[in-house]
Design a protein around this ligand. Structure first.
Ligand code: TTP
Ligand code: MG
Ligand code: MG
Length: 433
C-alpha cells in the first residue's frame, strides 16, 4: 500500500463581508459594492423608505453610493467587481470614491457575519473533522485521512466542500491544497474567487518561488522591507540565501524559519481546538483628538473601550493578565505599550486603570487618530480559579499563552467607525500592540 501523503487545505471565503450582504440584497450581484464605515443615515433612510418590503426588491438606484460618502471610514472589503477598479480592504473610503464613485456602500452586519462564519465552519466540520479555525472567514482542514482527500491531490474533496458550503450558506469560497499549511495558505489565493488550487511539493519552483516574500504568511511589512533592503524580493531569492546570513540579520529562530518557509518546509499540525491569545477593541476618531485639548472626549472614549473590552472578556469567559494600549498619531505613526498585572481581570474599571498607566508612558503632545485597548495573557475563567487554588507554580499561565490563534478582525473592529486591520496584523495579532 502506498503511504498517504499529507494533504492540508486552506479555505478562505470570497469577499466575505460583502458576500454576506449580497445574500440579503441579491439585486446587487455583479455590481461594485464596498463594505465599510459604520451604519449611516443613508442606510437607515434606505430601510425606512422601503418598510415591510422584501429587501430583495429595493431598487439598485436607491442604494447609497461611494461618491456621496463623507467621513473617515475605511473599506473592510469589496466585491470582485469593485476590486477591478483598484478598490480594496484597508483603503480609505473617500480615496476609494475617486477610483470607483459608482460603487454601492454598505455597513457590515457583524451578527450576520458571525452567523455565516459559524455556519460555513460547521458545514466543513461535518465533512472533514480536522478543522482549525483561523479567523472569521478561513480555516485549515486536514485532508490526509478524509475520503476523497487524496484523490486528484485533494481536488475531489475540495469540490465537495465548496458545494456543501454553497448549498448551506449561498456563499462561495476558495481552497488551496498543499503538503502543509504554509503553502496551502498561499494556494487558496491562486484561483480566487470560487477556485481550487492544488500544489504538490514538486511545484515549489514554479508556483511558489516566483511569488513575493510578503506572500509568506508571517512575513509582514517590516520584515518585507528589511528583505527588500537586502535585495531579496521573491521567495526564490529568499530560498537562495545562506542560513547564517538570514540568522545574522533576523535572529536565530526567525532567520531559520524564513529559510524553511522559502523551501516550503512546515510541519505544523492542524489544531482543532484553539484559544484566543488576545482580545482588543479600537476606534478611529471622526476627527483627530488632542490629549490635552480634547481630554474629556478622549477620556470618555477610552473608558468606553475599556468597558467594552471587559464585557467582551466576560461574555467569552476569559480573564487577562496583560493590558495594552495602541495609539495612532495624526501622522499615522503607531505607539503601543502594555503592562502585566499581578492577577487576572475582566473588570472594565481595572482595565481602564492599567490602560491609563500605559497611556502615561507614551508621548501625548501630538493629535491622535486612533485609540485601542488590548487584553492578552488570557486564561479561561474556570482555569484561573483552579490556578489560584494550586498556585504554587506559574507554569499554567504559560501553558495557555502558548495557544496562539488569531482573534478575528471582528474583535478589533467592532467599534464604529471601523478601522480594519491590515492583513499582516491580522495574521500576527501579537504585533498589533
Ligand atoms: P479576507 O479573507 O482577507 O478578504 P475577503 O474575504 O473580503 O476577500 P477574499 O476573497 O480576497 O478573501 O478577509 C475576510 C473578511 O475580514 C473581509 O470580508 C472583511 C474583514 N477584513 C477587515 O475587516 N479588515 C481587513 O483589513 C481585511 C483584509 C479584512
Ligand atoms: Mg476571504
Ligand atoms: Mg480571509
Amino acid at each position: 500500500m502506498t503511504q498517504r501523503q499529507r494533504r492540508i487545505a486552506h479555505l478562505d471565503m470570497d469577499a466575505f463581508f460583502a458576500s454576506v450582504e449580497l445574500l440579503r440584497y441579491p439585486q446587487l450581484k455583479g455590481l461594485p459594492v464596498v463594505i465599510g464605515g459604520g451604519r449611516r443615515k443613508a442606510d437607515d433612510l434606505l430601510l425606512a423608505a422601503h418598510p415591510g418590503r422584501d429587501l430583495r426588491f429595493i431598487p439598485v438606484a436607491a442604494f447609497p453610493l461611494l461618491k456621496d460618502y463623507v467621513g473617515r471610514g475605511v473599506i473592510t472589503t469589496a466585491t470582485y467587481a469593485a476590486r477591478q477598479f483598484g478598490v480594496g480592504s484597508a483603503m480609505g473610503m473617500m480615496k476609494a470614491a475617486k477610483l470607483c464613485p459608482q460603487a454601492i456602500v454598505l455597513p457590515v452586519d457583524f451578527d450576520e457575519v458571525k452567523r455565516f462564519s459559524r455556519l460555513f465552519k460547521a458545514t466543513i466540520a461535518d465533512i472533514a473533522p480536522q478543522v482549525e479555525d483561523r479567523g472569521v472567514d478561513e480555516v485549515y482542514i486536514d485532508f490526509t485521512d478524509v475520503p476523497g482527500g487524496q484523490r486528484e491531490g485533494g481536488r475531489v474533496l475540495a469540490r465537495l466542500i465548496q458545494r456543501a458550503v454553497l448549498e448551506k450558506t449561498g456563499l462561495t469560497c476558495s481552497i488551496g491544497i498543499a503538503p502543509n499549511k504554509l503553502i496551502a495558505k498561499m494556494a487558496s489565493e491562486f484561483n480566487k474567487p470560487n477556485g481550487i488550487s492544488v500544489v504538490y511539493e514538486a511545484d515549489l519552483p514554479t508556483k511558489i518561488w516566483p511569488l513575493h516574500v510578503r506572500k509568506i504568511n508571517g512575513i509582514g511589512p517590516k520584515a518585507g522591507e528589511k528583505l527588500a533592503a537586502l535585495n531579496i524580493h521573491t521567495i526564490s531569492e529568499l530560498a537562495a540565501q545562506e542560513p547564517a546570513f538570514l540568522i545574522q540579520r533576523f535572529g536565530k529562530s526567525t532567520g531559520a524559519w524564513m529559510l524553511d518557509a522559502a523551501w516550503g518546509r512546515d510541519n505544523r499540525a492542524v489544531v482543532t481546538e484553539s484559544e484566543p491569545v488576545s482580545m482588543s477593541r479600537e476606534t478611529t476618531f471622526d476627527r483627530d483628538l488632542h490629549a490635552v485639548r480634547d481630554r474629556a472626549e478622549l477620556g470618555a472614549i477610552f473608558t468606553a473601550l475599556c468597558d467594552k473590552l471587559g464585557a467582551d472578556l466576560q461574555r467569552k469567559g476569559y480573564l487577562a493578565k496583560t493590558i495594552g494600549i495602541k495609539l495612532r498619531y495624526d501622522d499615522f505613526r503607531i505607539a503601543t505599550r502594555d503592562q502585566t498585572m499581578e492577577s487576572y481581570t475582566s473588570d472594565g474599571p481595572t482595565i481602564r486603570k492599567i490602560a491609563g498607566l500605559c497611556l502615561k508612558r507614551v508621548p501625548l503632545n501630538q493629535r491622535l487618530r486612533l485609540l485601542g485597548v488590548r487584553a492578552s495573557a488570557l486564561v479561561r475563567q474556570a482555569q484561573e480559579s483552579a490556578e489560584t487554588v494550586s498556585s504554587i507554580k506559574n507554569e499554567s499561565n504559560k501553558a495557555t499563552a502558548h495557544v496562539i490563534k488569531e482573534l478575528v478582525a471582528i474583535d478589533s473592529i467592532a467599534i464604529e467607525p471601523l478601522m480594519p486591520l491590515t492583513a499582516p496584523e491580522r495574521h500576527l495579532p501579537d504585533q498589533l500592540f
